[in-house]
Write a new protein. Structure first.
Lengths: 410, 276, 299
């Protein structure tokens, strides 16, 4: 008996342990077999919870929204892809679409497109349509969008002779360098470029007529190199700084950084954190070179590849993407609707800030649907850093970058 | 020896001054964290930062408690804390096993234990998830707690400390007819109070802040912890620093209480190692 | 006969004590490490993760590629830079503070035990914001203080070498707390009778410190050295929150490199290979310490 004790012990222990643990777990996971599960990110996930009641009433289908913090969303998606334990519907940032579509994690919606007129490509901004497609599949429906525009201090620009915002590259450069010189001290930087922002260099490149060719990478083309020359010249001439400096809101308020590019979220941040600045700033569309393209981002709804409730999932997406729901969502979350039709409503068309974003959204491009895009963008930032800080030669650096991209895409 | 005593006193004063100056520098970020939780958002990133809020507000705390499913998150967090103290006990047993018994391949087994510390956690995250999935533990409290229940750091620390307990003491107890478990509970654990206190603090902090596994294992928010709930307050672009600082300040209070409670055992734990 | 059974039971005890923790470690650490080892010989990416039939074994290709990856070279160099400078500092400071705190037991010392523990429990976002301010080149507190002494601006986080040193300072600050309480606990294990005997023999304070206290803390120093080295070889959080590896990859560490490859670019095979190089480095460093200690006396 005594002898057996040692043998039995681990088994008993393991059983006891799992019993204790199992007792505490899953007590109220409420496995509602009719419910659909939705993953949404960060604050949007929390807010979405308040939006589902209308749909639940309409259809009788329960919606379980799980909010996932932005910083860990990728980890969570990885485990879902690895195990197949995904939700029915998921919110996916547009830059992640290609990668997850390539892995087969997103259901192809092609055969359902006719059934749901809300999903029609024509309903959405041209730039956003890029993120809906991967190869010849339809893998997502734009939920909300964002684009970058130019925020500027109307009063300070007026002082250097710009009563209208700069509309071309040359004007931007001119205005920014005048602003830089106008400061009482050497702490004024006419244009703020966020060096960690992945999309800004590409925005300049698109404006310069660059068009990415995934078959045959062309980052050594004159259009791309020219755009980067323009980009880096701001740092070379001391109009922009590579230094961290102070928070952009305060710098904007103090007049140290009177022009910067940012998305629609900045409107609220400005109103909340710099209320005394009201009337002294505005937004304007991007200054143009060949064109004034900006980037388009935001988030899509996709259906997870092994969802067993495809019809309910699609119904839910269609409900969320009705024009009225989108406008209600905008109220709640301050994100911009993806439906073109929503932009005809007065709260958007007649708002002096939002209407600028509406105008810019007509002229946008999405990140190319290449699964290596994240890496390409990171490599480019590293190259730019070598040029700006390390003093590397731009021509050589871009040739090198292009050959790196080539080997990545092979 | 009056001169010796004076010298002693002077030394104590020097030590105190060093501690105070160093302590102020060391705790600045902590103080800033607390004070920022009472600032409106636009004051947070002001340059230069202020240690005292200019327009103090309780709004952050109000937002915090209206925004969180506080009850559920707190309950889950407390369950994790309790279960991880079971883990602490396992680690203490293992540490004792390595410290005071001899068996074949002991050192090799111990190196295996240490090896589990040597790889970044991110690398094993997906394999662990898949294992838990096979075991049917996804979306359960067991799945959240199990991966972190045993920790090599803790086992190693227990081993090092328990190795200093004189073996004669244990032998004497055995001769008196005490069983092995009796010895562990009645002799070893009381002697090891300081190290149990240290480990208690560390275990509590880890469990109280547990974040990644609750998030990854949970398939709905009913298994989320306080840390996960707080991280949901961070937007993609706007970071709500003030709200996050309120959350952080709130999270740190129980840690300070636990620390104050356990620390007296760290420095006042009695020792019998002098009986040698 | 009963003697024999008793012996067998007694021999079983170590396993009973070790089993619970060991079973958990094997299941949730060792087996996953083995899985990661297998992955390191594959080209696993997101596609492979979704469907294992997309994975192919590529032998040592990942490891060979690491040999020619300049970013990885920098990561290895930086990691050793962090470890060689940072680890001794952590040990000296945490031991020094523990010795100071051990001077007294009155309220001041109680309070300061908590104060020196605060960095270990300060929220990571608060750390990033406050240290970001301290290190800010244009507006930071450090450069302001230096300007009072007529010293020019130091690019704390904007120069590859200085940035490494800045991150070390931050990590030392953050790492003191936990090691300090371990030393404090160890200090209680030293019998008062040793000190009394030494004092009666007329030993000076520094003699007591160097000939009694520190030798008797040897096991705690060993523990702290081993675990701090293991921790610092996986240096991650500081560059992750402060510099993201920049400028010019000047602060990228091996663990950060692995994270970027695995969790930003989804090159799981490559990241796993990188982590096994790190794993082997840590094993060698750790075994070396155990061997050196053997040469010393067993406690």
């Amino acid at each position: 008996m005594l002898k057996k004790k040692g043998f039995i012990y681990p088994t008993v222990l393991a059983m006891g342990l799992s019993a204790v643990l199992a007792g505490c777990g899953g007590s109220d996971s409420g496995e509602d077999s009719d419910a659909i599960s939705v993953w949404a990110m960060g604050e949007e996930g929390k807010l979405l919870n308040e939006m589902t009641a209308g749909y639940e009433e309409e259809t009788g289908v329960k919606v379980n929204v799980q909010a996932i913090p932005w910083d860990q969303a990728y980890d969570k998606l990885l485990t879902a892809v690895a195990s197949g334990n995904g939700p029915d519907v998921l919110q996916l940032g547009t830059t992640w679409v290609a990668e997850f579509a390539d892995a087969g994690a997103l259901l192809d919606l092609t055969e359902h497109m006719e059934e749901y007129p809300d999903f029609d490509l024509e309903n959405y901004f041209e730039g956003a349509q890029t993120s809906m497609k991967y190869d010849d599949q339809i893998v997502g429906i734009p939920w909300y969008v964002e684009t970058r525009t130019m925020y500027y201090r109307t009063d300070l620009l007026e002082e250097v002779g710009y009563s209208e915002p700069p509309a071309t590259w040359d004007e931007l450069k001119d205005a920014a360098s005048k602003l830089t010189e106008s400061g009482d001290n050497d702490n004024v930087y006419g244009l703020d470029i966020d060096l960690n922002d992945q999309i800004t260099p590409f925005i300049f490149a698109w404006q310069n007529g660059f068009e990415f060719d995934a078959e045959n990478p062309n980052f050594d083309s004159p259009e791309f190199k020219g755009a980067l020359e323009y980009y880096t010249s701001y740092f070379e001439e001391g109009i922009s700084t590579t230094s961290e400096g102070i928070d952009i809101v305060q710098a904007f308020k103090d007049g140290q950084k009177p022009i910067f590019f940012s998305g629609p979220w900045m409107i609220n941040i400005m109103n909340d954190q710099a209320p005394d600045l009201e009337g002294k700033w505005a937004v304007a569309p991007m200054p143009a070179q060949e064109n004034n393209l900006s980037s388009i981002g935001g988030a899509n709804f996709s259906v997870f590849h092994n969802s067993e409730k495809v019809d309910e999932a699609l119904d839910f997406i269609a409900y969320m993407n009705e024009v009225d729901t989108q406008l209600e969502w905008m109220e709640k979350s301050n994100t911009l609707p993806s439906r073109l039709e929503a932009w005809e409503s007065p709260e958007l068309a007649e708002d002096e800030m939002y209407s600028v974003f509406g105008e810019q959204l007509e002229n946008t491009k999405g990140a190319p649907p290449v699964k290596e895009w994240e890496r390409i963008a990171q490599e480019l930032l590293a190259s730019i850093e070598r040029i700006n800080i390390g003093g590397a030669d731009l021509d050589a650096e871009m040739d090198e970058f292009n050959s790196k991209v080539k080997s990545m895409l092979e | 020896m009056p001169s010796g005593k004076a010298k002693n006193n002077a030394e104590k004063w020097i030590a105190t001054i060093l501690l105070v100056v160093g302590g102020l520098i060391v705790s600045l970020p902590f103080l800033w964290m607390i004070s920022s939780s009472f600032k409106p958002e636009n004051e947070i990133l002001q340059m230069p930062p202020t240690l005292i809020a200019e327009n103090p507000t309780l709004q952050n705390y109000i937002n915090l408690f209206t925004n969180l499913n506080f009850g559920i998150y707190l309950r889950n967090t407390l369950i994790i804390v309790l279960l991880s103290f079971v883990g602490l006990f396992f680690n203490a047993m293992a540490g004792y096993g390595f410290a005071k018994y001899h068996f074949k391949n002991k050192e090799k087994v111990f190196y295996l234990v240490l090896a589990t510390m040597m790889i970044p956690g991110q690398v094993t995250m997906i394999p662990v998830y898949l294992l838990l999935n096979e075991m049917g533990l996804i979306n359960t409290m067991a799945g959240i707690v199990l991966p972190g229940l045993a920790a090599a750091f803790s086992i190693f620390l227990f081993r090092m400390f328990m190795a200093t307990i004189p073996t004669d003491l244990i032998e004497a107890a055995r001769l008196d007819g005490a069983g092995e478990f009796y010895i562990f509970f009645r002799l070893i654990m009381p002697i090891s109070k300081p190290i149990f206190a240290v480990q208690g603090i560390l275990t509590f902090i880890a469990a109280w802040n547990s974040f990644l596994w609750p998030l990854i294992i949970a398939n709905d928010e009913s298994l989320y912890t306080l840390s996960v709930g707080l991280s949901l307050l961070k937007g993609q672009y706007a970071s709500n620093f003030a709200l996050q600082m309120a959350g952080a300040a709130f999270m740190v209070i129980p840690i300070i209480i636990i620390f104050s409670f356990f620390q007296k055992y760290i420095v006042e734990g009695f020792t019998t190692s002098g009986l040698k | 006969m009963s003697q024999l059974i008793k012996g067998a039971v007694r021999n079983r005890h170590p396993f009973i004590f070790i089993a619970p923790a060991l079973i958990i470690l094997i299941l949730f650490s060792l087996i996953p490490i083995l899985i990661a080892l297998v992955i390191s010989f594959t080209d696993m990416d997101l596609k492979g993760l979704a469907n294992w039939s997309n994975i192919s074994f590529i032998g040592f290709e990942n490891y060979i590629n690491l040999l020619s990856d300049t970013v990885f070279h920098k990561a290895v160099y930086n990691t050793f830079f962090y470890v060689i400078i940072g680890v001794p500092l952590v040990i000296i400071f945490s031991l020094g503070i523990a010795l100071l705190l051990n001077y007294g037991k009155n309220l001041i010392f109680t309070v300061f035990r908590a104060v020196y523990f605060m960095p270990a429990i300060t929220n990571i976002i608060a750390i990033a914001v406050v240290w970001g301010f301290l290190y800010n080149t244009e507006y930071g507190l450090f450069n302001y203080l230096l300007s009072l002494g007529d010293i020019g601006k130091v690019p704390w986080l904007e120069h590859p070498v200085i940035a490494k040193l800045s991150l070390i300072l931050l990590a030392v600050w953050k790492g003191i707390g936990i090691n300090m309480i371990i030393f404090l606990a160890a200090l209680q294990g030293i019998p008062q009778s040793y000190y009394e005997a030494a004092r009666i023999d007329g030993a000076k304070r520094w003699q007591i410190l160097f000939y009694i206290t520190i030798p008797l803390l040897r096991y705690a120093v060993f523990f702290v050295t081993v675990t701090t080295l293991i921790g610092w070889l996986q240096f991650f959080e500081e560059p992750f929150i402060m510099t993201r590896g920049g400028p010019l990859d000047g602060t990228v560490s091996m663990a950060l490199f692995i994270y970027q490859r695995g969790f930003q670019f989804s090159e799981f095979g490559y990241a796993a290979a990188g982590s096994f190089v790190l794993f082997i480095v840590i094993i060698i460093v750790t075994l070396l310490q155990f061997k050196l200690r053997k040469a010393d006396t067993e406690y």
